[in-house]
Design a protein around this ligand. Structure first.
Ligand SMILES: [Fe+2]
Length: 161
């Protein structure tokens, strides 16, 4: 489909968000299982229900717009998660693997922050109520990213070096 308006661009990006939240939710269990630090494992396991909730909220917005939530498949997240899974499987040293897991999941968070940042701006530009929901999700993504930075700084990177 050719995109010719901000509204169409917005909907396509929202469909990408629905797709990447589903992919993240599917991958997080396995990534959490590979974490050796207890706090990191707990944090990653807790991110899974959050991703599912984000996916549901985005799906509800798409349904309100009367479009198919599953029309787009996000290929970038597929590649990011493939890399994350590869590192998680290949690194045997637990503390080094934890450092890799944090880097991978922060890459995921930063991608999400970029996507939701654009969506919030585009929703506001069009005067859509969606902006409030999306800004709420964006704040949760930033909070998760901060938690990962703290974990990396306080525990994991020191253990890996
Ligand atoms: Fe999310």
């Amino acid at each position: 489909m050719k995109i010719t308006s901000l509204k169409e661009l917005y909907i396509a990006e929202l469909q990408e968000a629905r797709s990447f939240e589903g992919q993240i939710a599917n991958a997080l269990g396995e990534l959490a299982d590979r974490a050796s630090d207890g706090a990191l494992r707990e944090m990653l396991a807790g991110e899974r229900p959050e991703s599912l909730r984000h996916g549901e909220r985005v799906t509800a917005l798409l349904e309100r717009h009367g479009v198919d939530p599953r029309a787009h498949e996000d290929q970038t997240m597929r590649a990011i998660l493939a890399e994350a899974g590869k590192w998680a499987a290949e690194i045997d040293e637990p503390a080094v693997r934890d450092a890799a897991l944090i880097a991978s999941v922060q890459r995921i968070q930063h991608y999400e922050i970029a996507a939701y940042g654009a969506l919030v701006a585009w929703a506001r530009e069009q005067g859509l109520e969606d902006a409030e929901t999306l800004a709420g999700i964006l704040e949760e993504e930033k909070a998760a990213d901060d938690k990962l930075s703290t974990l990396a700084g306080e525990r994991v990177n020191a253990g890996a070096s």
